[in-house]
Design a protein around this ligand. Sequence first.
Ligand code: SAJ
Length: 406
Amino acid sequence: MLGLGYIGLPTAAVFADRGLDVIGVDVNADVIGKVNRGTPHFGEPNLDALLRRVVENGKLRATATPEPADAFLIAVPTPFRDGHKADISYVEAAAEAIAPVLAAGNLVILESTSPVGTTERMAAILAAARPDLRFPAGHGELSDIRIAHCPERVLPGRILDEVVNNDRVIGGLTRKCAQQAMALYKIVVAGDCHLTTARTAEMAKLSENAFRDVNIAFANELSVICDRLGIDVWDMIRLANLHPRVGILRPGPGVGGHCIAVDPWFIVESAPEDAVLIRAARERNDGMPARVVDKVRQRVATMAHRPVIACLGLAYKADVDDLRESPAVDVVVRLVAADLGEILVVEPHVSALPPTLDDLGLTLTDFDAALGRADVVLLLVDHRVFAKVGREQLRDKAVIDTRGIW
Ligand code: SAJ
């Protein structure tokens, strides 16, 4: 397993738990050390116990350098660079790293969410590095190396369940490539495996996340319109969703995480003239943090003294500790820049602030202490612990609930 992150580590552990010998490869020495001590480097329900078990059993170990194996799974980041252009350099580096140890009969699977054509690009890198082996592009079903794209589809917070129970889309560079990849996944996957081409699998994965992004953008747009018209958007959506063919998602302060806020741009990059709706949805969702700050500005404008503003939640969504691409972090940064009051930040799921906020002189505040001092309570993440707040604790405070939980 190349890449021991949010996807690679749980996936490696699940394969190891089925009795396979798994070698995890990562470029980060801290990650390697932690994994070899049986400790995950991020929070995910039930991963602790599973990882400890497979490491103690000797079924999973981590190292910095790839070793010979029957199958190579690549689960490395595919972020974007400036201008929302896909950065597939980690995939390319992973391909370069495994090329020396590849042997005839090996299977190489790309799990990272990738722009259409990346699996072919990865195969080309391997082929260039190993002219002694036959690859699908030149030799079709006679290739020595089988190559497929099997995009991960797991929901953070439910990874260990979904990695087993979700259906999988497996796109081979040839039919045999897909079949051999399916044989591997069938060891752990209880869901159905659907075989297709690598390009279709790439596009299917991007479409899944773009679908969700567009639907969240629709909900967010409704919230902006309802604010203008003086309508309670939560009540309106609840009523609209009583229709048997309507299922509007939840508005919020924006879309975060390293998937839904990123992947739709890969579609836009591939077809800029045609991806009109997908681009508009991205822009709508990216525009939400600024709107939240505008709301705070309106509320504090009438206050007699400089207010204390408690920002509840920094994670990109409820009940996770992941702050990557989090709209809540974006809101806090903008609030500091807007200088609207004293900012307190509360995030019960982390023990330290990310450098972006640390550098602004902010410190983590205890939930009760922040509630006690706040004039404005800005709810940014619908963590379960925040939902339990009693009405009397919020009395006499200006409350801005961007998630509709109170
Ligand atoms: N959000 C809303 N309103 C909603 C639903 C979500 O504002 O009604 C926000 C969340 O707060 C969060 C963001 O959207 O900021 C994304 O959260 P999410 O729970 O929708 O999705 P992720 O990013 O945690 O995981 C997604 C999943 N994709 C789909 O549901 C189509 C997951 O299955 C993928 O494996 C994952 O992306 C990925 O790695 O690609």
